[in-house]
Design a binder for this molecule. Structure first.
Ligand SMILES: CCCCCC/C=C\CCCCCCCC(=O)NCCO
Length: 590
């Protein structure tokens, strides 16, 4: 058969050849595409492997170095046992050398990371800085010689900030971030970089580059996240002061699970410039930076040292409000709201008891405690999801393109980030009908993306309305502050956070309203709490999982959150210090 076109004739043979050429081109392109993907993944795996080996080697080298240059065990332990105030005083009056303090903490950090995997690498420049500190004459800066650890996403000159993502390996930062610069200017010595979960948008503790961090109180359990390495390192005694980030609870969840103190300031009170966040553009609920420490004095010292002209000058978006001692040192009795249940998910008995005991302490100290009916926390969680996943999670999936997705993140990543909208709706339906929980559906629909600018503006209005409602509720009760559970439950087995993730509402509530929130260890899970867990109401799938995963948690730390209106960090710290002191006094007398 022949086809005649205007100027030439096409026969069967030519048609057949054209089809063959098209099919060949198509299969070439397809195989090219497949091969390219395989190649890219191979390169990524190689890069991850190399980076992991470099990290292990660096830690090992530091260990070997300390074998020759370390302190005696006794001297080291005396330093490690010092609370922050004593350590600072001795460094200031010269009775302790910065280099000895550094050596003590370096060696403890290297020792604990062997089992807990909380350090990703040492900061080698620390030694030079400590020596310079010891040679210094004249007035000493407030953080003179204090070693500080930094979550891996803090930009430090010459080091990668990967956030656990392969794409960011081999991208050494050109400069220290504002907090690191200010800390150094105030005499602190950044000495270790700590682990985090991939993308930092989970409260797990693992990533394919540096592996999994474990809980210092029970290595089979997670340390919480995403400032996992910080919580773990400080909880294990390998650091006295550290810094992390928090957009949904990433300072407070590891603080609670590892039994350390932390402060999530109001976003804007201290600089957030120069930290790696996947979704920097999602500014409606932005990430906060903040300190973690062994005690409240550490947090106070950190805030006093950061709220100075050096930081205000480096980051002019930060309002120049120095630390206000008149609020921190005030003794005026306060009206404080409390709650232990966010409405759709109760906290476990130990967490409830934590709030009750703090309430009793505060009442004894002359404050008035009032039960606070917290405005619908499920709405706050939905707003959180709309604000951080409103792009349909495109930013996250782009960041992880070709990457190895960590096993602990796979389910979260698939369901919240990658799944098509229909699947998110089906999963939401499942949670609602089988799991008896309406919350995941709202979150999953939000994570399918906000479809238009006008809808986005609707979210902005809803957020403003929620914030106003919270403020009005506090005003109506004439509340100065709030206390609430540090989290819904104590540390659970590694890799299981997804099964209980709705609990994040206990912390992200305060990100949504942008209130400063501190977290303080107040008690430990007791046998009695474990018995009471039997009666924990299990109406929803999440609650069932919480009950199951909380078993065997006797001895694990329990924190309480302290919250105040925006820019009242000093008030939060005042209450934390008051409770910490009362608990210590109680322990001494019992
Ligand atoms: C099945 C869906 C239910 C999901 C409900 C929870 C929604 C979102 C999970 C987010 C978890 C965030 C953890 C903390 C993140 C954080 O603070 N990161 C700090 C980044 O610097």
């Amino acid at each position: 058969m022949k086809f005649k076109f205007s100027s030439f004739e096409v026969d069967d043979g030519m048609l057949h050849s054209a089809a063959v050429i098209t099919a060949a081109t198509f299969s070439c392109l397809m195989s090219g595409f497949v091969l390219q993907n395989i190649w890219r993944k191979y390169i990524v795996r190689q890069r991850i492997k190399r980076r992991r080996e470099e990290s292990k080697l660096s830690i090992q080298k530091m260990g070997d170095y300390l074998m020759q240059h370390g302190l005696s065990v006794d001297k080291r332990n005396i330093i490690l046992d010092m609370p922050m105030a004593e350590l600072q005083r001795k460094l200031q009056n010269g009775s302790l050398k910065a280099l000895d303090v550094l050596r003590a903490y370096q060696s403890k950090a290297i020792e604990v990371t062997k089992d807990l995997n909380c350090v990703v690498e040492p900061i080698w420049e620390a030694e030079e800085q400590a020596i310079a500190c010891d040679f210094m004459t004249g007035k000493k800066s407030p953080l003179h010689g204090i070693p500080v650890s930094l979550k891996e996403n803090y930009h430090v000159q010459g080091y990668d900030s990967t956030g656990g993502m392969a794409k960011f390996i081999d991208c050494p930062q050109p400069d220290d971030n504002v907090i690191v610069k200010t800390l150094k200017e105030q005499g602190a010595i950044p000495f270790m970089r700590t682990n985090l979960p991939q993308t930092m948008m989970v409260y797990e503790s693992s990533n394919p580059i540096y592996g999994e961090t474990r809980n210092p109180h029970d290595p089979k359990r997670g340390p919480g996240g995403s400032s996992s390495g910080e919580g773990c390192l400080i909880g294990a005694g390998g650091s006295v002061l550290g810094f992390g980030t928090d957009i949904g609870g990433s300072l407070r969840i590891p603080a609670h699970m590892c039994g350390v103190c932390c402060l999530k300031p109001t976003v804007g009170r201290i600089s957030t410039e120069g930290t790696h966040e996947v979704h920097k553009g999602a500014t409606l609920v932005p990430g906060a930076t903040g300190p973690l420490s062994r005690d409240v004095d550490g947090l106070v010292l950190a805030m006093k040292s950061l709220l100075v002209s050096h930081m205000f000058e480096l980051d002019r978006s930060v309002p120049p409000i120095p630390f206000r001692p008149e609020i921190y040192e005030d003794h005026r009795p306060l009206r404080i709201g409390y709650f232990h249940d966010i409405g759709y998910m109760p906290s476990v008995p130990a967490c409830e008891r934590g709030v009750r005991e703090v309430r009793e302490i505060l009442e004894k100290n002359g404050h008035t405690l009032i039960e606070f009916k917290v405005p619908r926390v499920d709405k706050a969680l939905e707003l959180f999801a709309q604000c951080v996943f409103g792009d349909g999670c495109k930013t996250f999936t782009d960041a992880l393109k070709y990457d190895v997705v960590d096993p602990s993140f796979k389910l979260t990543y698939f369901l919240i980030h990658q799944a098509p909208e229909w699947l998110k709706r089906v999963a939401g339906f499942f949670y609602r009908t089988v799991g008896h929980d309406p919350i995941p559906k709202k979150v999953l629909v939000a994570a399918a993306g906000i479809k238009s600018v006008s809808k986005w503006w609707g979210v902005v209005e809803d957020l403003q309305a929620y914030r106003k409602k919270f403020e009005m509720e506090m005003r109506a009760n004439k509340l100065d502050a709030i206390i609430s559970p540090g989290f819904a439950y104590a540390a659970i087995p590694l890799g299981k956070a997804f099964l209980t993730v709705g609990a994040v509402a206990y912390t992200n509530l305060y990100n949504v309203i942008n209130y400063p929130a501190g977290s303080l260890p107040v008690t430990k899970v007791t046998e009695e709490d474990e018995k009471l867990l039997e009666n924990y109401p299990t109406k929803t799938l999440y609650a069932k999982n919480i009950k199951k995963l909380s078993k065997g948690s006797v001895g694990l730390p329990i924190n309480v959150q302290f919250v105040a209106p925006p820019y009242q960090e000093e008030l939060v710290l005042r209450l934390m210090k008051e409770v910490e002191t009362s608990i210590k006094l109680g322990e001494r007398h019992s």
